[in-house]
Design a protein around this ligand. Structure first.
Ligand SMILES: Cc1cc2nc3c(=O)[nH]c(=O)nc-3n(C[C@H](O)[C@H](O)[C@H](O)COP(=O)(O)OP(=O)(O)OC[C@H]3O[C@@H](n4cnc5c(N)ncnc54)[C@H](O)[C@@H]3O)c2cc1C
Ligand SMILES: Cc1cc2nc3c(=O)[nH]c(=O)nc-3n(C[C@H](O)[C@H](O)[C@H](O)COP(=O)(O)O)c2cc1C
Length: 609
């Protein structure tokens, strides 16, 4: 029998200043610092702190909120060029307000841990600037700040693990447990905050399954053989694509895929795609802006996990998400608050969550293996899983998961005695995150069909490789993109990039331009070349109107554009192979060494390739 989770202990919210309480905040793009924040939250919880873990911009977090907790810990990643991740920018902005009185945070005990990569010029700048600002506002550093580096042999864990052990020691020293109270032992499972429950009424006949069929599809058939043996899951093969369900992602737009073309030669190892997506309306975007696509897991993998965990009987029932530690003053639960995206207009099922929200083929972090140890009754499996999750056995964890790129699904297959409770799925499985892609269109490519529709081009290198065990692996979004057929409608979000090119600045566009781009780094460069071309053409047209058609306006010579492109295959198709355009002056790129990435390169457009 697998261990059943103990009943959660309610945590008062918001705590008053004098309670033993911890606020653990994270600002994360891809989940590293979010996971770390949960690990730190676990440490504080075991030391009997009433603990809240949230995004810096999570519900109800503001400058005033920081003063309500005994300790505040911030796990902050750096993105862009030394910037804060998007889910931390609001709080950062409010911390910068001049109206905050001096010493406003003098009662706050805090520390920070930064997640970054030393290969970037502004290593860990986001955490450093938040730390410095909190000190300026009077907050006290109760434990020295730490910094993780992706370039370390063990990634950011190389610094984070020892730092978190020191953090625990410091908490015990600075905030000793009251007489007679012991820490919660590591062997005891900490109940998650958000749990899943089957929604009432239990059977909702309107809820379609992933195949768009009713769960009772055997009902009503006259074929007795079919009635006995037919299972919709039998129709699913490894290649059955994910369902086209539109997911309600905040700020999303529904785009229609128009083209999904392979650009590289068939015999080249890398499959690079040109995607053209279209949306209704006039949507503005700049060179450097990014489109986020939201991958989905494949039905065969979802079915496999459901079967392994014995979740078949509840997989298609509508669910609700419940805050198990809710207090009457808790901020209202919303799916967006915990990064969940549900199908539009209906309650999610477990199958929906496993398809759209939870990354079942991710390489697991240690914490997942540690949690699994609680849910097996097989002592050998339990010991092995505890060993993998123990920071003292780094090599074992590395050799079993990271090096062979072993996924969560494969681990559950290796350890069939693990039986995870479905209502803990949100806490146990990592979030399936959107993947960002630089937009490679710009200028006149933005609205080739008039103002009613906007087009986005993406240049995507599909991730596909062999592991040390000779298994073929595909990136989760790469596999999803490869499966998309023209005509498919998908949800995507648009956000600002960090190229910081202002298309209005025509002086900038008159200067010579040197662009250096390896691989799909060419995407924003292509956008910029098209943008510059359009703006300069518009200016020339305007000048000729101002001067008058009869007196031909003197042409202003255009500055050169030089693109240095690093590709891996000389025999690549025209789409990604650099081409020299000695006589393209009239078309607007001067004598650019330009690159074609997509349709225009195949002669479908005028102007730069
Ligand atoms: C701002 C921004 C803009 C971007 N723009 C583009 C763009 O224009 N075009 C583009 O193609 N991508 C772009 N990316 C990258 C893109 O977002 C995805 O990361 C990429 O498509 C892979 O996603 P995936 O889900 O397919 O792979 P995942 O499932 O996330 O897997 C990727 C992981 O696979 C592992 N891996 C990959 N290759 C190997 C190998 N040979 N051996 C062992 N492990 C390996 C690595 O650990 C890697 O982290 C951009 C990223 C950012 C942050
Ligand atoms: C687009 C991008 C920009 C980045 N910029 C920086 C940077 O300026 N400085 C830095 O130290 N690390 C930078 N990094 C590295 C990340 O901070 C690092 O990988 C971190 O572990 C990611 O954490 P997260 O998963 O919580 O977002 C960048 C990573 C990406 C993908």
């Amino acid at each position: 029998m697998a261990t059943t989770a103990p009943v959660p202990i309610p945590i008062p919210f918001p705590p008053t200043r004098h309670e033993r309480s911890a606020l653990i905040l994270y600002a994360s793009e891809t989940g590293t610092s979010e996971d770390a924040a949960h690990a730190l939250g676990g440490i504080a919880q075991r030391l009997r702190f009433a603990t809240r873990v949230a995004a810096m911009d999570g519900g109800g977090v503001n400058v005033n909120e920081l003063r309500k907790y005994t300790i505040v810990v911030l796990a902050i990643s750096t993105t862009g060029q030394g910037d804060l991740p998007r889910n931390g920018r609001k709080l950062w902005k409010s911390l910068l307000r001049r109206s905050i009185p001096a010493g406003y945070l003098r009662h706050v005990d805090f520390t920070t841990f930064g997640f970054g990569d030393r290969s970037y010029a502004k290593f860990n700048w986001a955490a450093r600037k938040v730390h410095r600002r909190l000190q300026q506002l009077g907050a006290n550093e109760f434990y020295g700040r730490g910094e993780g580096d992706e370039q370390h042999d063990e990634g950011t864990d190389g610094a984070f693990i020892p730092w978190s052990l020191g953090f625990k020691k410091q908490l015990l020293e600075s905030y000793p447990l009251p007489e007679g109270i012991e820490p919660i032992p590591d062997e005891e499972f900490l109940p998650p905050k958000y749990i899943l429950q089957i929604a009432e009424p239990e059977i909702d006949s309107d809820t379609p399954t992933q195949n768009g069929t009713s769960p009772d599809m055997n009902e009503g058939t006259n074929d007795p053989c079919l009635k006995e043996v037919f299972d919709p899951a039998d129709l699913i093969t490894d290649e059955t694509p994910p369902p086209p369900t539109i997911i309600d992602i905040p700020g999303h737009r529904v785009l229609t895929l128009k083209k999904n073309l392979r650009l590289t030669a068939d015999d080249h190892f890398q499959d690079v795609r040109h995607l053209a997506l279209e949306v209704e309306g006039n949507i503005g975007y700049q060179p450097g802006d990014v489109l986020t696509l939201y991958p989905k897991n494949f039905p065969a993998d979802v079915n496999s996990l459901i079967a392994l965990q014995n979740w078949t009987s509840i997989a298609d029932k509508p669910l609700s998400v419940v805050d198990s530690t809710a207090h009457p003053t808790s901020p209202p639960y919303t799916a967006a608050l915990i990064d969940l995206h549900f199908p539009v207009g209906r309650r999610p099922t477990l199958r929906d969550l496993l398809t759209h929200n939870l990354d079942i083929t991710a390489i697991p972090r240690r914490s997942f293996l540690g949690a699994c140890a609680h849910f097996t009754s097989d002592e050998t499996h339990k010991t092995k899983l505890q060993e993998f999750s123990n920071p003292a056995y780094t090599d074992e964890y590395f050799d079993y998961t990271t090096r062979p790129r072993r996924s969560i699904l494969e681990i559950l297959q290796d350890f069939p005695t693990i039986q995870l409770p479905f209502n803990h799925a949100l806490a146990l499985l990592p979030r399936l995150r959107g993947r960002q892609f630089s937009i490679s269109s710009g200028g006149i490519l933005r609205q080739p069909n008039g103002k009613e529709t906007t087009t986005f081009h993406l240049t995507v290198a599909l991730v596909r490789y062999r592991t040390v065990l000779r298994k073929v692996r595909q990136g989760v979004c790469s596999r999803y993109i490869a499966s998309l057929k023209p005509g498919t409608r998908i949800a995507a979000t648009l956000s600002d990039g960090s190229l910081n090119v202002n298309a209005e600045d025509s002086l900038l566009f008159r200067r010579p331009l040197l662009l250096i781009a390896p691989g799909t780094g060419v995407a924003p460069m292509r956008s910029l070349i098209w943008e510059r071309d359009m703006i300069l053409n518009q200016e020339d047209e305007l000048r000729s109107i101002e001067v008058g058609h009869e007196n031909n306006a003197e042409e202003i010579p255009r500055a050169k554009t030089v693109l240095i492109f690093g590709g891996r295959n000389r025999n690549a198709r025209e789409g990604v192979r650099p081409r020299h355009h000695p006589a393209r002056g009239a078309a607007g790129v001067g004598d650019a060494a330009a690159v074609g990435a997509g349709a225009a390169a195949r002669g479908e457009g005028r102007g730069p390739a």
